[in-house]
Design a protein around this ligand. Structure first.
Ligand code: LMR
Length: 394
């Protein structure tokens, strides 16, 4: 039977991890996969995470199953963190999932159960795993313009024009903050325009928020999500804790579904628990417990927020340094967009051939669409990257 399998396309982002590892050059620079790195190139365990884990190890008396939706303390903590009081929490069904990817997968399966004919609209470009899962599930999809290659900002007019073709019941997948892969984000006023259009079209928003706290701050980065949650009867929100808690391998995420009222919430909650049962029964618990321990303890929370702020400010400084260095070398302001982008990534806006040239000649690894992980830089590699970009003629 297994001979009937055909080879699957390699994930563009994960393929880079292996290619980088095999490159013998000690001057190589990894700007590929979205993992935070400090100035020495390490991905540290956050202080509050270490302390929460110590407490869990000391206090945990059982490894018996949690509920199908995961530990309710995690669900409640995440509703607070992402939604605050934007919507009555009694309206929000929630299940813990293996990472943000698990939440996206469960959301799409939920949509498939509720509205099998719905078209999922996603941004062009988006995180490549979005279309990959959508296609794998055999769902209909369309793209909307998002990135303006001339300004390296959002193509807002293009976005609204394309979304104008949505049909009632369609679903629009939006990045809550820190757009991946471009780093270009809507202003709050533009979000209002998007909300208005989605309402006019009777479509449903589906938000992927994987970088809360990496852009402008924890609350600032959740503003669009909260605005949307408070504006519609139904909203799906897939949130990841991989990045902001630095617990990538613990696979910690949550799917939240805002329902119209308590009855609809109960029905949705029951369906989400069913979906968890079909796919993996109980969601992973360790990372979720780390998160709820941190968010539930004022001291741990303060320390986590402080370290997250350091991380965020470090990325902003790297952005500014890179933009300044490119301004100096190019004698122009054409790279200033790098300082305006937010989150872990920026799309440089060059061709796959140029990306390959940077890899071959300078050992600089970025995704083929010219997405750079800004957190992969440090004070030493910023000038190296800037020089390579100019030398390549970008
Ligand atoms: C990324 O975009 O690099 C991260 O979200 C990691 C991944 O799973 O692709």
């Amino acid at each position: 039977m297994l001979e009937k399998l055909s080879a699957q396309p390699a994930d563009k982002i994960l393929a880079l991890v292996a290619a980088y590892r095999e490159d013998p050059r000690d001057t190589k620079v990894d700007l590929g996969v979205g993992v935070y790195k400090d100035a020495s190139g390490n991905t540290p365990v956050m202080r509050a995470v270490k302390e929460a884990e110590r407490r869990i190890m000391a206090d945990q008396t059982t490894k018996a199953y949690t509920g199908l939706a995961g530990d309710p303390a995690f669900g409640n903590a995440m509703k607070d963190l992402v939604l605050d009081d934007a919507v009555d929490h009694a309206r929000v069904a929630a299940v813990a999932t293996p990472g943000g990817t698990g939440a996206i997968r469960q959301a799409l399966e939920l949509i498939k159960m509720a509205a099998p004919g719905a078209t999922i609209w996603f941004s062009d470009p988006t995180w490549p795993n979005h279309p990959s899962i959508i296609n794998y599930l055999g769902m209909k999809s369309q793209t909307y313009r998002y990135f303006d290659p001339a300004t390296r900002g959002v193509d807002y007019v293009g976005m609204l024009t394309d979304l104008g073709a949505m049909l009632p019941g369609d679903v629009v997948l939006l990045h809550g903050c820190c757009h991946n892969p471009t780093g270009a984000n809507l202003t709050l006023a533009q979000w209002d325009g998007v909300i208005k259009l989605i309402k006019e079209k009777s479509a449903m928003p589906f938000i992927d928020i994987a970088y809360q706290g990496f852009g402008d701050g924890l609350d600032e980065d959740a503003q669009a999500t909260r605005k949307i949650a408070s504006s519609f009867d139904n909203v799906l929100i897939a949130a990841s804790c991989s990045k902001n808690f630095g617990i990538y391998r613990e696979r910690t995420g949550i799917l939240m579904a805002v329902a119209k009222d308590a009855d609809q919430q109960a029905l949705t909650q029951q369906n989400l628990a069913f979906l968890n049962r079909q796919n993996y029964s109980f969601p992973p618990d360790h990372g979720a417990r780390v998160v709820s321990t941190i968010l539930g303890d004022p001291d741990l929370r303060a320390d986590w927020e402080a370290e997250l702020e350091e991380t965020r400010n470090g990325m902003l400084e790297l952005r500014q340094q890179l933009a300044d260095e490119l301004r100096r070398l190019s004698n122009s302001d054409r790279f200033d967009f790098l300082a305006d982008h937010r989150g872990m990534f920026s799309r440089l806006g060059t061709t796959p051939e140029m990306v390959e040239k940077l890899r071959a000649e300078h050992g600089i690894y970025m995704v083929g669409d010219s997405r750079m992980n800004i957190a992969g830089l440090n004070a030493k590699t910023v000038p190296i990257l800037a020089r390579a970009i100019i030398d390549a003629g970008i």
